[in-house]
Design a protein around this ligand. Sequence first.
Ligand code: ADP
Length: 274
Amino acid sequence: EDRKEYLDTCAYAGEILLSHLQHVIHYEQLIQNQSQFVRVVTHDLRTPLTSMLGFTSMLESPQVGELNERQAYYVTKILSGINQITKLVENIQDAGRYDPETGFYELDRTFTDVMELVDRTVSSYLVPAEKQNIKLQAACADNLPIMNVDVGMLDRALTNLVDNAIKYVPDGGTVTVGADVRDQHVVIWVQDNGYGISEENLTKLFQRHFRIRRREHKRVKGSGLGLFIVRSVAIRHGGDAWVESIEGEGSTFYFKIPLKGENLLSYEGTLPVD
Ligand code: ADP
């Protein structure tokens, strides 16, 4: 009698489990199809974007002929739109790949001079910064190591931070990008004297798709993926990212990468100092 009851209960529990599992499989498939869809679409978007960027840039070259003031203004607007879409597409691609929870992205490690990385990003933002009358400067310590890291990922993280600083700092502001060694970590930071961030938002800032709505930010479009990627990149290298900010005074975003293990593999524990 007892045995039969146990068996019935077991069979019933099994049925429930099976039906839950079927749901899980169903949703898993939906998610996979969705991310496959996002992968294909973002990949396919890149080809026309690249050609739009190329041809629109050519309009600015003297061989094509002089543009009048209004035409030149329209070209600048189109270029800025193309750049915005390109950055969004790249961030969507990277958010999927770099997510420590879902991404299976293998780190593509190469020896990377941290100082060069900072200088490269700063140089590529000098023109956009100047257009907004923002002073952009580098402030690297002189004992920076050469690390064995995924330079593409680090480039993206630092680019997102500098891009944000330029986006969210009012005209006439100052943005400083620096790197130094603290506590067996390389710390890369981007400091601005912009609007700052309220205490309640500080902790949520690095979450996927989190954005702050404030009047001053209205003209800025974004996906809320930038800082999520920054933190994911740091975590994939064994580090972390965080922010310190005072509202009305400015913010400093940091990301740190530990100076050990694979991040330095070829140097057998001795830090290369110049
Ligand atoms: P997005 O820029 O696409 O909104 P991010 O993840 O890069 O996404 O940033 C999330 C939010 O953090 C932004 O919406 C913005 O409000 C805030 N933020 C980022 N950087 C700064 C900064 N330097 N100063 C003030 N607010 C910032």
